[in-house]
Design a binder for this molecule. Sequence first.
Ligand code: NAP
Ligand code: MG
Length: 471
Amino acid sequence: MKKYNNFINGVWTAPTNNEYKEVENPTTEETFAQVAYSANEDVDQAVEAAKTAFPAWNNLSLEERTGYVEKLLAEIKAHKEEIRDIIVEEFGAAKTFSESGQVGLAIDEMSATVEAIKDYNLTQQIGNTKVIKEGYGVVAAITPWNYPLNQIQRKITPALLAGNTVVVKPASDTPLTAVKLFELAEKVGFPKGVFNLILGSGSGAGNYLAEHEDVAVVSFTGSTEVGQGLYENAAKGIKHIILELGGKSALVYLPGGDLSFAVKKAMGTILNNQGQTCTALTRLLVPKDELADVEAEVKSFYEENVVIGDPADPNTLVGPMVSANQKKTVLEYIEKGKAEGAKVLVGDKKPAIETGHFVTPTVFTNVTNDMTIAQEEIFGPVLVIITYDTEEEAIEIANDSIYGLSGAVVGPTEDAYKVAKQLRTGNIFVNKSERNPLAPFGGYKQSGLGRENGLFGVEDYLETKAIFLED
Ligand code: NAP
Ligand code: MG
């Protein structure tokens, strides 16, 4: 079985303890590769390399750094099918979604940032003062498995452009996409030490990396629980921290809106990627007197669209969950929903496929917002339908969450915009609007700290210095 190593100081490096961990294909449940299971010494080496490389990288002009990042983007574009197939194999996203929603999205967002940075000024003159923006130092980028390429892209593109050097620790379930990215970075030929990869466990190597005294910025995407721990630890070193955490976003359907579009949009976010998306619109809020119509629409959408199976098959919409663990978590939530009195509208059947971590997409109705399935992030193909009487009540329910990452309002344009403004969440789609790669992405409340994407993303990786000069 092929073994993959860390990338430290420009060199593929075996872990000092010589330990490796197997990578599983969630569709076949077969292990097909081994990756380094790093020790603290490996993390020390990677951080040392990044620290050493920092001054020279930070001193390059923005144009020079952009040149390197642009070359990496070109390599990603040239290898997009290969990356798509790695994501299908190690993560289980359907091939069509891997192509558009995984690799395609990463390319769009990276291209947008690279273009936007060309008009950006790192220095500003204010009276006698030169205000300079520059990198912080070493960034620890710790990423989850649900978007194995783009979660890394959203951190390394702005961090490198801003003048930081980086150590990436990807999720243990999806390390091979990260390995591929670093093979491409090796071809680009970044100055050694600028861009490093550490493979290994989150609670081991990941935690040690985040706590390392020579790490200046911790940039984390993942669970709120781990994010809270990292935030506490960052306080010890007064480290800058960027957190992209969970969500439990609402789609508010208003009377007079396009009902079939509302259903399609909410269902799309729980079916694509098997609902393993932090921005998934997992609570569908509908007027009480339209519930029967909504339920009928959900049923017909489900019957016409849900194809569960091998993610490599282009006809498949729903692949397996990333791991046995994630499948177990989702099934436990479905049981909890039933126990708390919610009614299964569709789904909750044993999938016909014997092998693979498959979960049948499930939609609950008769849900109240205080139920566990309406409050906690399930991170699986589960949607809950909640009814409301008035617009005020809809807003109150949507905002009654510890999270505030995404949201959507479908209804007459003016009403929809009015409601969107009152939702306490970082991103909101009005009707058929699309995501803008230059728009800030990030969460209110416990969904996180800071923003990713475009210039908003770059600014989160910039320190600011004022140099006062004699007149
Ligand atoms: P997680 O445990 O938060 O893992 C995310 C990343 O952090 C992985 O690279 C993980 O490494 C690492 N990590 C774990 N514990 C760490 C620690 N103590 N210190 C430093 N790094 C650590 O998330 P998960 O277990 O993969 O997923 C659990 C839940 O998180 C999901 O069910 C979902 O609710 C949420 N989630 C949210 C997002 C999002 O985009 N907001 C993405 C994924 C998951 P290992 O992989 O080696 O554990
Ligand atoms: Mg974990």
